[in-house]
Write a protein that binds this ligand. Structure first.
Ligand SMILES: Nc1nc2c(ncn2[C@@H]2O[C@H](COP(=O)(O)OP(=O)(O)OP(=O)(O)O)[C@@H](O)[C@H]2O)c(=O)[nH]1
Ligand SMILES: [Mg+2]
Length: 334
């Protein structure tokens, strides 16, 4: 039996250690591991229909981890098995282990019905690991029916997480100066549910004004999902206020999608997006795996950084070199 097949079998028996190993395998950058990872993914059964994928994003310090602790304990209390994948752009692998959010979800990390997995962000975009999609499928195969993906709102990561989850939650927190911090309109438009955290103590009034401001701007946006009005809720992850309501909004959204047959549609759309992204990444890897092309990339990057070439022209020049090399290697093989 291959490594991949053995891991797939162990995962189906709800073996958490196998799940952890499997995620490490799919995250591995070593080419030798790729074949095992592909075999593993090929042997997985399709996820149970009840699985629900929840994406949570928000600016640094908004309270994502605190919220996940609070929500997680409730979900477990309701009989769910919860997997939490946190993608932490600031985490680094140190001595083989990841220093990340695990320590900030102490209760969930210690709970046998939860599985908490911090992932370092990978590669070029500095955001969502390209293997998060596979990690989600692995968690579901291991019997986790709620999968939470936490990402800090930086760059492309929100879009990537929105593309791999069933509901996308935007968590914001008021600042002392009232305005909502660090949030781009494009990200607001991805949200299915908006939560304004830290609606407690000194920040309560500011949080309520922030919610009103948010409602006003979401009212003007076109929604992603037919017949769905994006709810904006004030919560306090720290004090546990509004967590039950927030969870019931998520379940209501899940039901909304199911009633209209939109889950399947959303997942098919996501699979198609994932295919496009995977092709982009595979092409990027193929191109930068070639030492000559890698040097060419360095060269054009320097030109871009010194302001002598626009990124688009630099990319076009690089792609020309890439296709020229493919042409040459085809000439050799035919
Ligand atoms: N007052 C108040 N503080 C909170 C609340 N939720 C979180 N905090 C505090 O905000 C800080 C950041 O909380 P985290 O849960 O680590 O935030 P995060 O969004 O996961 O942060 P990063 O992962 O670093 O982006 C901590 O000091 C929390 O105690 C809340 O509801 N009210
Ligand atoms: Mg966090």
């Amino acid at each position: 039996m291959s490594v991949g097949e053995a891991l797939a079998q162990a995962i189906e028996k709800k073996d958490r250690r196998a799940l952890a190993q499997a995620i490490t395998l799919v995250e591995s950058a070593q080419p030798a591991h790729r074949a095992d990872a592909d075999a593993l993914m090929a042997h997985l059964k399709s996820p149970p229909e009840t699985a629900f994928r929840i994406g949570i994003t928000g600016p640094p310090g908004a309270g994502k981890s605190t919220l996940i602790e609070a929500m997680g304990q409730r979900l477990i209390g309701e009989g769910h098995r919860l997997a939490v994948l946190t993608i932490d752009p600031s985490s680094r692998i140190s001595g083989g282990s990841i220093l990340g959010d695990k320590t900030r979800m102490p209760t969930l990390s210690a709970d046998p019905k939860a599985f908490v997995r911090p992932s370092p962000s990978s590669g070029i975009e500095g955001g969502v690991s390209r293997h998060t999609q596979e990690a989600i499928l692995l968690c579901e195969a291991c019997g986790f029916d709620r999968v939470l993906v936490e990402t800090v709102g930086v760059g492309q990561s929100e879009l990537r997480v929105a593309q791999m989850t069933d509901v996308f939650v935007l968590l914001l927190a008021p600042s002392a100066g009232d305005e909502l911090q660090g949030i781009k309109r494009g990200v607001m438009e991805l949200a299915d549910v908006i939560l304004i955290n830290k609606s407690d103590g000194d920040l309560r009034a500011a949080a309520q004004r922030a919610a009103a401001e948010c409602l006003a701007s979401t009212g003007l946006m076109k929604t992603q999902t037919p017949d769905w009005t994006v709810p904006v809720l004030n919560i306090s992850a720290l004090e546990g206020d509004g967590i039950a309501q927030a969870l019931s909004e998520l379940e209501r959204f899940h039901q909304h999608l199911k009633d209209r047959g939109l889950i399947d549609l959303r997942r098919r759309h996501q699979a198609s997006e994932a295919l496009t992204t995977s092709i982009q990444e595979a092409l990027y890897d193929a191109a930068t795996g070639d030492p000559n092309l890698n040097r060419e990339l360095d060269r054009v990057r320097k030109l871009v950084l010194s302001g002598n070439l626009t990124p688009r022209l630099a990319a076009a020049r690089f792609v020309d070199q890439f296709t020229a090399r493919i042409g040459k290697s085809n000439d050799r093989t035919t």
